[in-house]
Design a protein around this ligand. Structure first.
Ligand SMILES: [Zn+2]
Length: 78
């Protein structure tokens, strides 16, 4: 026979509360208590290929939809 009891457990979780676009510095807030993606901003990680001048470098950045659209359309940033 197994005897059990209920205990309270304290759990810490890291939540992203804000993200800033690395191109225009616009800040986006996460007003929830969940670690969901903040919409309107995308995280990219780029690892240039072997032989590139950036070979072995890893670039990581956050970009808002407005700057992403400019990047895709090959326009200048603000
Ligand atoms: Zn931006």
């Amino acid at each position: 026979m197994r005897e059990t009891k209920v205990t309270e457990e304290l759990i810490f979780k890291e939540i992203v509360v804000s993200l800033k676009c690395d191109f225009c510095n616009q800040e986006y807030k996460n007003n929830t208590n969940d670690n969901i993606e903040i919409k309107d901003i995308t995280h990219f990680t780029i690892e240039p290929g072997y032989g590139s001048r950036f070979d072995t470098d890893i670039f990581s950045f956050d970009i808002c939809d407005k700057c992403l659209k400019n990047l895709i359309n090959n326009k200048k940033f603000n």
